[in-house]
Structures are given as C-alpha cells and as structure tokens.
Design a protein around this ligand. Structure first.
Ligand code: NCD
Length: 315
C-alpha cells in the first residue's frame, strides 16, 4: 500500500491488519520509552490547508514516536496565502525530500489529485478532503469500538453484528462517509439519523438505513451512537431553524443518554460543541469514548505511517 486516500477501497483483511498493527503501537505507548526507531531518516510533512487541532497534532505525535522528522506546513502564513497552488506546493515539498505528505484540504478529491500527480512521489495520507473522506478518523473509531468490545482479545477481529447509529450533519461530514464504508466492510450495520436537510440527496449504494427521528433510533437500542458536529463552515444556507431547535430534536441530551444501555458507546470525532449536538453529561459520561478516540488516533496513525513507509521497503 502506497497511499491512504479513503476507506471505501480498503478490504476487510487490510483494515483488520491496520487495526492489529495499531494494537502493537498502543502497547508502545504504555512503555516508559515511547519511541521506536522505525522511521528514522524519513520525512513526514503535515500539509494542512484547513484548521485542525486533533488530527494535525495526532499525526505529529505519531510520526515522532516512530522517529521520523515531521514538518508542519500550514497554509496560513505560507506562500499558499500568496496564491501558490497545490501543484507548486507539492513540487516544493518533493524537492525537500518528503517521504509522506499528510494532507487536509477543503476540496473533495485533493488527496487523490496529489497521489495521482507527477508532482510528488511521496505517500499521500488523506487527513480530510472536503466533505469526502477522513480515513484515519474512521480507522481510529473502528479501533475504539473493537477495543471496547473485545479488550485484550481484539487482534484479528472485525465488528460483525455491531449496530452503529451516526447522528447529525451527515451531508457535510467526511467522518460519516469514511465510517459508513469501513463499518460496512468490518461487518457492522449503520443507521444514519438526521434532519432531511442534513442528509445527502442521493444515498443510493450506501450500505445504511436512514431515519429522521433520533428518539426512535435511541429506542432501537444501538451499540454505538456517534454524534457529529454541525459543520457550519461548510454551510452556505440555513439547514435548520436555530441551534436550540436542533439541539432539542437532534442533540444527545441527558435524558436520551439515560435511555441508552450502560455499555452503549457514545462517540464524537471532535471538536464537540457541548450543548448543541451533545450535552456535557453525555460527553463526560462513562459511555463516552471521546478521549479514548484521541489516544487511539495516535496508535492508528503510527500504524498507517509504519505500513506506508516501512512496509513499502519490504514489498
Ligand atoms: C473532523 C473533521 O475535521 O472532519 N474532525 C476531526 O478530524 N477530528 C470533524 C469535525 O470537524 O467536526
């Protein structure tokens, strides 16, 4: 595998293989000496054209734990704000000897353009392209679910039979799309719940069921409830009357939380808007996996960097 652009094209064994390597990486994080020499001499560049806290730092920690050199290239303050395009930026990074480029861009397909271009020969890791995909987020979500389900016995297993409900701004969410494909590949079933205005107009071919009533979905006793942020920065129209109304109909509040089983997982990719899509009580409850997701993100990104950069030499 040279690039990681989407989860749609990952088969079950490859996906489970990534999660298994991530288990090994998680073991490293429990040692006093958290660093492995594996990627010494490799250069990883974080190329972020959109804001990010979690994902960018997570890749940075992951690269450093594997002893790679990590350079942060943020669009703000770089020549991109002077009008330099993706091509010039990519050629510049290639000339600097980048082995991997972690890219986040507001345009769907940006990572693929880089991977298919002749501008740069590095491994391309998609860290979010527009509303399209965010594969490492889905992998860390799957890792988190598998770990809560199977604990120490997780290796080699998928998510067969797991029932996952994803709630909120599906329309603008690359996290939702990457999760839909990966969860389906791993044997889970996915239920999407949102106001009709926040669902894509065409979901033909999506392996999901769709609902418009959060209370119904909660009473159907899901194993996982994944809440999504309202991606206001991608909205150029009014998709719901007002935040209070959204919260009342689509928010995971304390009352809805109390109707879930004690072992139902409450997930959120972050950043959370407490009081809008999720209450503080739900975000901080024992059902919440939010901080596990962040910790697991490092292990999963270590696994992906390892497989793309160290694995390449062996194959
Ligand atoms: C997500 C993103 O950027 O797509 N965040 C993340 O990577 N953890 C979701 C979001 O911004 O709401």
């Amino acid at each position: 595998m040279k690039h990681l652009l989407s989860t749609k094209d990952l088969d079950r064994d490859t996906a489970v293989g990534i999660l298994d390597v991530a288990e090994d990486m998680a073991d490293v994080a429990t040692r006093e000496m958290k660093k492995l020499p594996t990627l010494r001499g490799k250069t990883v560049i974080n190329l972020f054209f959109e804001d990010s806290t979690r994902t960018r730092t997570s890749f940075e920690v992951a690269a450093k734990r594997l002893s790679a050199d990590l350079i942060n290239f943020t669009a703000k303050g770089s020549s991109v704000s002077k009008g330099e395009g993706l091509k010039d930026t990519a050629q510049t990074l290639a000339a600097m000897g980048a082995d991997a480029v972690v890219v986040r861009h507001s345009a769907s397909g940006a990572a693929q353009v880089l991977a298919e271009s002749k501008w740069i020969d590095a491994s391309i890791l998609n860290a979010g392209d527009g509303t399209h995909e965010h594969p490492t987020q889905a992998l860390l979500d799957a890792f988190t679910m598998r770990k809560r389900l199977h604990g120490e016995a997780s290796r080699g297993r998928d998510l067969a039979g797991l029932r996952v409900t994803i709630v909120g701004d599906i329309l603008h969410s690359r996290v939702a799309r990457s999760n839909v494909w990966l969860l389906n590949t791993l044997g889970a079933s996915v239920n999407l719940v949102a106001p009709a205005t926040l669902l894509p107009s065409n979901t033909t071919g999506w392996p999901v069921t769709i609902g418009y009533d959060l209370d119904e979905s909660i009473d159907a006793d899901p194993d996982v409830v994944m809440m999504l942020r309202i991606q206001a920065e991608r909205m150029h129209a009014a998709f719901f009357p007002n935040p209070r109304e959204y919260s009342r109909q689509w928010g995971l509040d304390d009352e809805r939380l109390s109707r879930l089983r004690p072992d139902t997982m409450v997930m959120h990719p972050g950043p959370m808007v407490r009081g809008l899509e999720i209450s503080a009580g739900a975000a901080d409850s024992s059902r919440s996996t939010v901080l596990e997701q962040v910790a697991n993100g490092v292990s999963v990104r270590m696994a992906v960097l390892y497989l793309l950069l160290a694995g390449a030499a062996e194959s």
